[in-house]
Ligand binder design. Structure first.
Ligand SMILES: *Cc1c(COP(=O)(O)O)cnc(C)c1O
Length: 360
């Protein structure tokens, strides 16, 4: 489908971004599993990531994993979110491995895999401080004993996730706690774990700084591949593209207007009291884009060489108000505005049914 608004997805740039990150990780003996959850398991994007050297794809939702399989992706697919009991059968059928932290779920996975005559691979998640998913290191003996005899699963590794929910940074201490806990799990299981999965995009910026000790051999990377940036500081990754995915919207109004509303004001439809910045009379444009597509503070207008600085002032459900300053130059009704995105912007526009997805 074409038409505005649209997300332009540059598959070549996604491949190149993957390659840059894969090469950086390879220097430290780390494999990259590329994460497709922010693009709804888009098979084109997934293939571009594999082309760039990712060893497997991962997604948080089984629905996206099924989509990748349906579109013919045969490579290893990892389910990132602990399976719901109600989706165990699909997990066993469509994913190659899953991240897990609940003995009850592992026991169901084992049963179901046995019924299908296969062994489902699992990575045991350890919570080293982020307090989202994972077994606390203190509980590893108890849980290890509970799961070590499950015949339908093969425990191939241990992993952790950081900097998503609580924002805990990867450090030498918490990474060593993961390694130590993995060692204890190996002791209980009586065999070596092949995979130590140390985290997500947030780990990239500390590779080489000593925060990622030897032994961590896998990272699960989504955001940094798609945006070409480090996560905590938003800095561009050298050699990577920051515009692999951009959003285009079209202007439906352009007028010289005052910046302050006229009349008595109260709360707007979103329950906010808006305090407008006082500007000179300025060119004010409206793009056919709104909160049903993307949050207004997650889009960043690109100047496209027209030497006009465009600011996002705000948005309602379907209208985005933009400031073009004193001289809008060639911008007018019908002009297309290109936006760069941050992670929430990528997630929202990718999942909005109103935004067309265009591959270049
Ligand atoms: C989302 C997620 C990732 C990938 O995170 P990015 O910030 O996109 O790199 C990795 N692991 C788990 C468990 C996740 O939920």
């Amino acid at each position: 489908m074409t038409g505005n608004p649209s997300l332009l997805i540059d598959l070549q740039k996604i491949t190149e971004n993957t390659r840059v990150i894969v090469q950086k990780c390879a220097l430290h003996n780390i494999n990259v599993v590329a994460v497709t959850k922010s693009v709804c398991g888009d098979p084109g994007v997934g293939r571009a990531m594999l082309e760039g050297g990712a060893v497997a794809l991962a997604d948080a939702r089984i629905k996206n994993i099924k989509r990748l399989r349906r579109e013919g992706v045969r490579e290893n697919l990892m389910l990132l979110r602990s399976p719901m009991i109600s989706e165990i059968e699909d997990v066993v059928k469509y994913s190659s491995m899953s991240l897990n932290s609940e003995p009850e779920v592992l026991s169901r996975l084992s049963e179901c895999a046995s019924e299908h005559g296969i062994r489902h691979k699992v990575i045991i998640m350890i919570d080293v401080g982020e307090i989202r998913e994972g077994i606390l290191p203190a509980d590893i003996f108890k849980v290890g004993e509970q799961i070590k005899n499950l015949k339908g699963i093969r425990i191939i590794g241990a992993g952790t996730n950081l900097a998503c929910y609580s924002g805990v940074r990867p450090t030498n201490e918490n990474m060593n706690l993961l390694l130590q806990t993995a060692l204890e799990l190996e002791g209980i299981l009586g065999y070596r774990l092949k995979v130590i999965s140390g985290g997500n995009s947030s780990s990239l910026e500390v590779i080489g700084s000593g925060a990622i000790p030897n032994g961590i051999n896998q990272l699960r990377i989504g955001e940094s591949i798609l945006l070409g940036r480090y996560i905590s500081n938003g800095e561009p990754i050298p050699g990577a593209h920051q515009d692999a995915v951009t959003l285009t919207a079209e202007l439906i109004e352009m007028k010289e207007k005052p910046s302050l509303p006229v009349g008595e004001t109260g709360k707007n439809v979103f329950g906010e009291s808006v305090t407008a910045k006082e500007l000179q009379i300025h060119y004010r444009g409206i793009a056919a884009l709104g909160r049903q597509d993307v949050p207004p503070d997650s889009v960043f207008p690109a100047s496209q060489g027209k030497k006009v600085h465009i600011d996002v002032i705000g948005a309602t459900s379907d209208h985005m108000v933009l400031d073009f300053g004193e001289d809008a130059r060639t911008y007018g009704v019908g002009s297309e505005i290109r936006f760069n995105l941050d992670y929430p912007g990528l997630l929202a526009s990718m999942t909005s049914p109103y935004v067309n997805k265009v591959y270049v």
